[in-house]
Design a protein around this ligand. Structure first.
Ligand SMILES: *Cc1c(COP(=O)(O)O)cnc(C)c1O
Length: 435
């Protein structure tokens, strides 16, 4: 079968995510036959460099031999068992290792990022209820925040395109200004701007802390907002203020965790620990849906009681799936064995040098990088820029999906220098082909 056949059958049978399906009358789907390393291959013999890690999930390439081997072994042992009343080796080992990496514990599993956010929001509210403070039931997030698209997570998401249609269904929650350094005043440093935003947060908390359960943030990079990057100073101030005003800090590291920002967790760069930590996306190396919420002993103890209803009675059918946990363990093994965090630092510096022609392009604004995320804004991008640029990039064997007028690279960590050069050259061409 050819691309054309799968494309037709998919449009008849599948409702694709994040898509106005009618647009596919003009912009074809890409049927993927197989993938290996950073490359996707279609049915007509074309290839595409996966420069966005398949929506930010893939870390060590497609069909990674080590993750494949671990999964094959796990398949022969145990594919899945319910996690209420039962436990198994991969979930215990993974929970121990994540606790070691984060300094938190009590891993509570779900399958997707949005479900992890729901878990953290519910746990925070329930903690305050169990602690005799039921009035603390509101949430606060950053302007431009993205925390997923289930009804609870969407309430703390601030992206009009995803949110407006469902507004009547959603709780109205407040936002405070994002410390995104692009908004700094002329002459103001990223750190000074972060401090100014922290002062706005402080004023908000001073007034509303009695009703606030938690402040949820994407540490260091607000990815969906267009790779908005900010100074770690903001997180230090947030930790201090949340402590002072008794408001939980939920770190949504679903996109930025697992080494993306240059440390295993983004919070490490600010030297802080949140009350709740959400991980997903790269956690299973991009193989299987898996998410987790880690919390503090203090949170856990507020639920530990003879009374059943003081417990956290939340569940998903696939909570703690053994195959997904095994993929995550294989992923953590690669981090250790290949000294990934350290090597990525050197890789990123080499890539910075190779990206110089892009930085110098007359349409490129605010070229920026945090860890293994590169982004820039296109000066005169119109409303259809993202779609047109995506199509122009596909013609040059690149999978790139700009966020509005922001083009970004979030490649698998195994991308090689010559592949990054190929990516830069193709991006320059696509830019010139997308007026
Ligand atoms: C992707 C993402 C989510 C949602 O995860 P899903 O698996 O898509 O539900 C939540 N928060 C952040 C920061 C994300 O990038």
């Amino acid at each position: 079968m050819k691309n054309e056949d799968w494309l037709r059958r998919s449009l008849a049978a599948v409702w694709h995510p994040c898509t106005q399906m009618k647009l596919h009358e003009r912009f074809p789907l890409v049927p993927v036959r197989r993938a290996s390393g950073v490359w996707l291959y279609d049915f007509d013999g074309r290839r595409y460099l996966d420069a966005v890690s398949s929506w930010w999930v893939n870390l060590f390439g497609h069909a990674n031999p080590r993750i494949n081997a671990a999964l094959r072994e796990q398949l022969e042992e145990l594919e899945h068992v319910m996690l209420a009343g039962f436990t198994h080796e991969p979930v215990v080992r993974l929970s121990e290792r994540l606790a070691g990496l984060s300094g938190l514990g009590h891993c509570f599993y779900a399958s997707d990022g949005a479900s992890a956010v729901e878990v953290a929001l519910k746990m925070s509210f329930h903690y305050w209820r169990n602690s005799g403070r039921p009035r603390k039931r509101r949430y606060l997030s950053l302007a431009g925040s993205y925390h997923g698209e289930t009804v609870g997570a969407l309430a703390v998401t601030d992206v009009a395109l995803f949110k407006d249609a469902y507004a009547p269904l959603l709780r109205v929650e407040a936002t405070v200004p994002s410390p995104d350094w692009r908004r700094a005043a002329p002459g103001e440093s990223a750190a000074d701007y972060a401090e100014r935003c922290a002062q706005v947060l402080e004023a908000y908390l001073a007034q509303h802390h009695e009703e606030l359960a938690a402040f949820i943030v994407e540490p260091l990079v607000q990815c969906a907002a267009g790779m908005a990057m900010y100074d770690p100073l903001y997180l230090r101030r947030v930790r201090e203020l949340c402590d002072r005003y008794e408001v939980h800090l939920i770190a949504d590291e679903i996109a930025v965790g697992c080494g993306r920002t240059g440390t295993f967790l983004a919070c490490e760069q600010a030297g802080i620990k949140p009350d709740f930590l959400c991980l997903s996306k790269g956690l299973s190396g991009g193989y299987l849906p898996l998410s987790v919420v880690l919390s503090t002993d203090r949170v856990y103890e507020a639920f530990y009681d003879d009374d059943v209803t003081r417990g956290f009675l939340h569940s998903h059918s696939y909570t703690g799936n053994a195959l997904a946990c095994r993929a995550a363990l294989a992923t953590l093994d690669i981090f250790e064995q290949d000294r990934v965090i350290e090597n990525n630092r050197a890789t990123a510096e080499r890539f910075d040098a190779l990206a110089a022609p892009l930085r110098a392009h007359p349409r490129v604004r605010d070229f920026r990088r945090t860890g293994m995320i590169w982004a820039f804004d296109v000066a005169d991008a119109d409303a259809s820029f993202a779609r047109r640029f995506h199509a122009a990039a596909l013609e040059r064997e690149l999978l790139l999906r700009p966020l509005g007028g922001t083009v970004y690279f979030m490649p698998p960590y195994v991308l090689r220098d010559e592949e990054f050069e190929f990516l830069v050259a193709g991006t320059l061409q696509a830019l010139d082909a997308t007026p």
